[in-house]
Structure formats: C-alpha cells, structure tokens
Design a protein around this ligand. Structure first.
Ligand code: ADP
Ligand code: MG
Length: 837
C-alpha cells in the first residue's frame, strides 16, 4: 500500500527509470509528486466557443482536426494543423514541426493552448471592412496540444478518459525525465499517475473527504491516515482552510464549478492551504531560530559618558536623523546580554559606514575587539584607510592611547599575515578590517565582541554564519554581536525569509547636500559625445568612472564577480539562433524558476515560450546551447581594450587608470589610491568598483553595455557618483541586442533613483532565486509558495508562526503539537538545510 513516504518508483506507471529522472528534479517520494502542482488548468467542461475567442489572449480551445500539412520553407519545415469548431477555425503552426507529421488524424478532437492571433484571412477581411473578421478565424504559433481520447477508446485510454474530458483539467510542467520508450512525461501522464496515487492512498478508507474537525485524522485513530494532517485542526478552523488531503485532491482535480480565476491565480482554499502550510513551517523555523539566539550568551556592552565622548571626538559631521535612529537601535542591542543579530539596510551613499564605525568604537571602549569584513580587497583597504583617517589623533578615554587598527586580506605576504594574526590573537589590534581572510581558521581573535559585515549580500548566507560562530581564543563561549550591512534594498518578503533570523534597521534618508544624479541613456554609436562630455567634466576638475562588463576580449569567459542574468531575447521561433546574447544565468534562471508554480514563471520569459518550456517541449535543447556564458557573436567592449583605445584615442591627454579583479592587490590599491587623490581622471573598470568605493569628487559614471547589467548592479554603480555637492551624471550606454527586459531596466534606471522601487522591479524580473545572484545560496526553494505572489500569505504565516512558537493555542491536543514539531524537523532539515547551516 502506498504512503506519502513511499519512493516514487513503486508508483504505478513510474518504475526505476522514470524515478531516476524524477530524482534529478528532487521528486523522490509520493509526497513530492503530490506537491508538484498544476501550473494552470483548462476548463474542458465549459470550453470556450470559437466564436467568443478574442485575439491577443491566451486561450485553450477544443476542436476537431480539419486538416494538416508539412510545408517546406526556406527557413525550415513548418507544420500546420487546422482545428475547427462550427464556422470557426484556429490554424496551429509549429516551426520545425516535422515530428508532428503523423500525429493528427482527421476528425480527431484536440485541445490546444496558446496565444490567439488573428489569421491572415481574418485580417484581410477586417481590412476590407467585412464583418467576416468576427467569424472566428485565428492562428496559434507553437501551441501546446493534447489529443483527446476518442469515444471508442479502449484500455487505459478509456479508463482515464474522464481525466481529460468534461472537467477542469490540470496542466503540469514537465518533470523532465522520460518514459522507458523515450517519451516525455506529459501532463496526461501526470494526471494518470496522480489519480492512481489517490486511488491507492484511499484504498480501504471510507470514501469522501475527511472532516475538518479535530478528530478522526488525529485522535484515537489506530489505522494510519493516508495523508496525515500537518497543521493543528484548531488553526485550520480559525483560518477556514481545508485539510491537507482535501487540499491536495482539490488542486489536482478541482471539482466542477471551482472558479477558473481562483484556480489560475492559486487562490482557491486548497491552494491557500498548501501555500500557508509551506510558509508557516518556514516562519516557524525562523522564529525558533530567533528564540534560540535570544538564549545565547553575548556581551552586554556599556555606553557611559566616556563612550559617548569617544564617539563625539571622531564624528566628522552631524549624523542624519536616520543615522541617529539606527545607531540607537544598534546600541540598544549591544547593551543587551544576548548577541546582536541585526541587518542594517541603507541605500548606496546613505552613510552606513560611519554608523558601523561608531559601533566599533563602542566595542573597543568596552575592551573588546571589533572586526569589519568586506567582500573585496579594494573595499577592505578603503575601509582601513578611512578608519585610520577617522581615528587618527583620537585617544581612547579608556586606555588613554590611540586606537590600534589592522588590515588583514588574503593577499598579504605570509610573513606579514602571520604578524598581523599574532597581533590580533594577542589582542594588540583592536579594530580589524579585512576580507573573508578574517574567517580563515588561523585568524583567532583574543576578544572578539563585534563583527560588522559590509555589503552583506555579496557574501553567501553561510559565510555570514561561519564568522558568527567563531569562538574566541580564550575559549569563552560568548557570541560576538553581528551587524550586517547591505545597500541592496531587500523587499520585505525576502527580508522575512532569507534574513528572517535578523532584526532590521533601515537608513531611509540621504546625508544633506546631495544633488540628484542625472541619468541618461545613449547607444554605443554616440560614444564620441560621451567622451566629449567626460572631457568637459574632467576639465572642471571632476573625475569619471567607465565601467565595462568584461575584463578582456569579447571571448572573455570570466566576467567580473557575479555577473548577472541577461536574458536571451524572446525567440519566437526556435529557428532563430539561441546564442545571440544568451548567458548561462539566463538559462539557469529559466530552468530554476520554471520549477515552481505558474506564476513562478518570471515576466521576462515570454508567456508562449514559458508555457512551451513548461511542457518540456521546447526548453532543454535551447538551454543546453546557451550554457556558455559568452557564446556570443556580438562584439563586447571590454575594460582592457577600451582602456588602451581611449588612452591613445578619444581620451588622449587625460590621466586614465585601469582597475579590475585580475590585477594584483598591490596594483589595485595603488590605482585606487591614485584615483582617490585625484591623480587619475578617468577610471576604466569592471564591476569591482560596484561596492563601497567612495570618491566624492567623481561626478560621472558611464556604464557601457548597460543592457548586460542587472538593476541592482547598475544602481550600485550609479551610487559611486553623486557623493559630493557637485552635479553628477550616470550615462547608460548600450550595445546591440537590447532585450525588452533590458529596456525595462534601463527605463527604470532613468525614471527613478529609489533603490526600493528598483529592487521590486528587479525581483519581478528575475524571481527571488536570482535576486541576489547565484552566490546567494540561502534562499529556500518552495514547492508551492511563490514569494512574489504570496506576500500576504507570508505575512499571515509569520504572525501565526510567532504565535505558535510563543504559546501554542491551549485547544491544540498534545499529539497535534508533537506532529507539528516532528514536521518542522523533517521539513527544516530536508529543505532548508542551507539556512540552518
Ligand atoms: P554607504 O551607505 O553606501 O556605505 P557611505 O558610508 O560610504 O555610504 O557614505 C557615503 C558618503 O556620505 C561618505 O563620503 C560619507 O562620508 C558621507 N556621509 C555619511 N553620513 C554623512 C552625514 N551625516 N553628513 C554628511 N556626509 C555624510
Ligand atoms: Mg558602504
């Protein structure tokens, strides 16, 4: 007999071979299969009459095959099939459709799904002013299709005819893998499998839906329930949500009369129940983690008058109200005996550094060490220099001595590194600034009280935890306070999940005296004007950045850091070269995001392509081809080439510098220092300068091939200018092949400087999984929930989880409580292992 935990290979129609394919998609058990929800539904009970169809919409249509033909054209074979219903027709067209040659028989009933376009004859009729335009002649390019069972069908086709006809039919994304005879796992296959699973699960059980009341699925039942409930009955009752079994049945095989709109938007009670369940357990886990953190031992720092005095003497300017507020929140945390876990969020240039420095002084004035970790050597070095500048001349009221600051990066020579590590270990260094080298095992601290992580989003979530857990060399098991900082405005939904274990502080105000940055778009053809503009700015003693997507040639396969996600252009037909501007992440994005539910399909994937890909009819071949990140015929301008070009060409006479990640640390430091001192007019760079670089005199940021940059990245880059009082400019220069998604990004950059607005757009374009780039591994993958769509459900789940963790409803019987904790353990360990790390 089947149970939820039964391996899929024991399910009818699955077997070893298919099971192996399913395993690659993370589907291992019956439960996994049941949580692979349909991503859309077709109403085959009330199919839309062709006469009511509207061009331009996505539609599912049922009709009979009136004819088909394979046409040879210069661009390849095209298969046409005409579907009819009364006077109406839909002509279906498949490029490279040779494989469909013998697929359809005259008179066969077929269901197709795709975007309706007016057919040419209909358009001609419309142009001629004839009413014939309304007669229902349409075409569909590359529709999905399903041949419906014939009335006289025999065998399993007859048995399952009721799953395909006369009802609301679920449509699934293909799970990949193939049948032993090499066929794709279609929706039809999925329906039959899921149906059989329900039949087997319910074998010997009283038929009908289980009741929503407290009994029988929990209490006093000796026979195991086929689909054990995972949420307390009292909670379900209060939220008006159905049982787990009912919900699963209803999402796969909706009852007649279920509103199609609710089904398609995943808002039926059944959907809401499954989404809530998933988010509830996530939030419960996070909530427990926060609670456990509060039980840990940290340092209770004091902030008496002498500490205040210490801070006051170094502050170079009046903090903004927002800076004061967040410092207050940080200080309150630091005074508590529990370790601080706080995320400080503030847009580029909002002044997070000085807040961090103040926190560091508090730690030092309490006799503890403070560490500041930055994602790049350039930034670490810059922080080191500005910390020295800030603290030079300052005397610690506690020791009567100057503060002792150290820089620890990976590129220090071994001897120097050992020396620095020795000073850190002996407690001679008080403020240690560095890269992830700080996490190396030998870097023991004598008394680490505060860890500041700058540009947190550039580190993986795991790294964040690794540093936190480092024990002090003296063996005392206190946790240091942790302040993570990020300029990436994190939409609340993500903050609640990815950073759900951190408290949040936000700097929502810019330091005074900033003038807005003027952002303009232009194309590579107008480069001469751009260089003219740069010259003019330099002649006014300003400095400029020129940023390129790659270091060397267009064949450069090593883009700087986590170069993001440029989508390939919407290919209407597979005959177009798939490699035009494709990048590895675009294909990765597609495969990843299609794993979820319907609306997990990001907006940047054309609906048609997405639908096809979802059915597994279209995507794999293309994705495989696009895997080479820079398999592009387009000529990409690169930092190194342009540096050579401009130096002797358009910008001859100006002092140019080159900066990228492949230079040695010394070279980087020298160049950065020279730019800082104004000895370089124009810094030609890659995205190494994306974070942290702070040169107030720079007033121009030119981003070349801006179409290849993600929103967050462009916003960060733009934030490098506009740091002084001078008017600043950001010029977005594009190459060829600007996709519609890139267009949207560029328009948004011109339209707003609000990091939050850009982040929201970024999130919708890329989907949560890609939002932080591929380095960020901590985001849990959801089976049914979708963070873009289910924000409200997430908020509800958080509230309910908090409540449950604090004090479960006394009405919940002990066995139900136990079941929740058991489920949490199971789910947390299996699915969110990374978050737990
Ligand atoms: P970010 O938040 O991006 O790390 P920074 O901390 O680098 O921003 O600050 C940006 C610039 O603004 C720095 O040059 C800093 O000295 C300056 N700044 C920060 N706070 C203030 C303030 N309250 N008044 C004036 N200038 C400030
Ligand atoms: Mg910063």
């Amino acid at each position: 007999m089947l149970e939820l935990s039964t391996p899929v290979k024991f399910v009818k129609r699955v077997g070893e071979r298919i099971a192996a394919g399913l395993a690659t998609r993370g589907v291992e058990t019956v439960e996994d299969l049941l949580y692979h929800l349909p991503f859309r539904y077709e109403d085959r009970l009330n199919p839309q009459p062709m006469a009511e169809l509207v061009a331009g919409s996505m539609a599912s249509v049922i009709g009979e095959v009136r004819g088909s033909a394979l046409l040879r054209t210069r661009s390849g074979p095209i298969f046409e099939m005409t579907l009819g219903q009364g006077l109406g027709t839909v002509k279906c067209i498949w490029f490279h459709g040779t494989y469909l040659k013998d697929k359809f028989k005259l008179g066969q009933m077929v269901a197709v799904y795709g975007e309706l376009e007016p057919s040419r004859s209909a358009m001609a009729a419309a142009a001629a002013g004839s009413l014939g335009a309304a007669s229902g002649r349409f075409k569909m390019i590359q529709p999905q299709f399903e041949i419906l069972p014939e009335p006289g069908a025999t065998g399993s086709d007859a048995e399952f005819a009721m799953l395909e006809m006369g009802r609301i039919v679920p449509v699934y994304e293909s799970l990949g893998g193939t049948t032993p005879w090499g066929a794709k796992l279609t929706s039809k296959w999925m329906r039959r499998v899921v149906w059989s699973i329900f039949e087997e699960l319910m074998e010997g059980k009283p038929s009908g839906a289980p009741s929503m009341t407290a009994s029988p699925s929990w209490v006093g039942s000796t026979s195991p329930e086929p689909v054990p409930e995972t949420l307390p009955a009292a909670l379900l009752r209060r939220l008006h949500l159905p049982s787990r079994l009912e919900a699963l049945k209803a999402v796969h095989f909706p009852e007649a009369g279920t509103p199609m709109l609710e089904l398609m938007s995943s808002t039926t009670p059944a959907h809401r129940r499954l989404i809530f369940e998933e988010l509830f357990y996530l939030e419960l886990g996070l909530s427990l983690k926060r609670r456990r953190m509060r039980e840990r031992v940290g340092t209770a720092f004091t902030t008496g008058p002498s500490v205040r005095e210490a801070i006051k003497q170094v502050l170079p300017f009046h903090p903004t109200a927002a800076q004061k507020r967040v410092l207050g929140e940080i200080v309150a945390d630091m005074r508590r005996p529990q370790p601080m876990r706080r995320l400080l969020q503030g847009d580029v240039g909002s002044g997070k550094t000085i807040v961090a420095m103040q926190a560091a002084i508090i730690a030092m004035e309490n006799g503890a060490q403070a560490a500041l970790m930055a994602p790049t050597e350039i930034l670490a070095t810059q922080h080191y220099l500005s910390a020295r500048k800030l603290l030079t001349g300052a005397v610690s009221p506690r020791t009567g001595q100057p503060y002792r600051i150290a820089l620890l990066t990976g590129s220090l020579d071994p001897a120097a590194k050992r020396q620095t590590q020795g000073r850190i270990m002996r407690g001679e260094s008080q403020f240690i600034i560095g890269t992830h080298a700080l996490q190396e095992d030998k870097a023991g601290f004598s008394n680490l009280g505060l860890v500041i992580v700058d540009e947190q989003h550039r580190f993986g979530v795991q790294q964040r935890f690794k540093l936190m857990k480092k024990p002090g060399a003296d063996g005392i098991a206190t946790d240091p306070d942790v302040l993570a900082m990020t300029a990436t405005p994190i939409p609340r939904t993500l903050a609640l999940t990815l950073y759900g274990d951190l408290e949040l502080s936000v700097i929502d105000q810019m330091p005074p005296g900033r003038t807005p940055i003027v952002t303009r778009r232009t194309t590579g053809e107008h480069a001469a004007e751009v260089w003219e503009f740069v010259r003019k700015q330099v002649s006014q003693s300003r400095q400029a950045y020129l940023v390129y997507p790659v270091i060397e040639g267009s064949k450069d396969d090593q883009p700087e850091l986590d170069f993001p996600h440029d989508e390939e252009p919407a290919s209407e037909s597979p005959s177009q070269p798939a490699t035009r501007t494709a990048s590895a992440s675009s294909s990765r994005q597609r495969t990843v995001s299609l794993k979820g539910t319907a609306s997990a399909v990001p907006k940047n994937v054309p609906r048609k392509t997405a639908a096809l890909a979802a059915e597994g009819k279209f995507s794999t071949r293309k994705s495989a081809k696009t895997d080479n990140l820079f398999a592009t015929k387009t000529k990409l301008r690169s930092a190194t080439e342009m540096f050579d070009d401009l130096r002797t060409g358009a910008l001859a006479g100006l002092r140019l510098g080159l900066l990228h990640g492949r230079l040695s640390a010394d070279e980087k430091e020298v160049t950065m220092a020279r730019f800082n001192r104004g000895e370089i007019d124009v810094l030609v760079a890659t995205t190494v300068i994306e974070v942290g670089v702070d040169v107030a005199n720079a007033s121009v940021m030119v981003i070349d091939h801006a179409e290849r940059f993600g929103l967050a990245q462009m916003h960060q880059l733009r934030g490098r200018v506009g740091r002084g009082a001078a008017k600043s400019f950001c010029i977005l220069m594009t190459g060829e092949n600007v996709t519609p998604q890139a267009e949207a990004r560029l328009d948004a950059m011109v339209a707003t400087q609000d990091g939050f607005a850009l982040a929201e757009l970024d999130l919708t374009q890329r989907g949560p999984g890609e939002f932080f780039g591929t380095r960020q591994t901590g985001l849990p993958e959801f089976r049914v929930a979708n963070l873009l769509r289910d924000r409200a459900a997430l908020e509800l789940a958080k509230v309910e989880a908090e409540r449950f963790a604090a004090r479960p409803d006394p009405a919940i019987p002990p066995d139900q409580l136990a079941a929740v904790w058991a489920r949490l353990k199971h789910q947390w360990q299996r699915r969110y292992a990374l978050v737990e790390a």
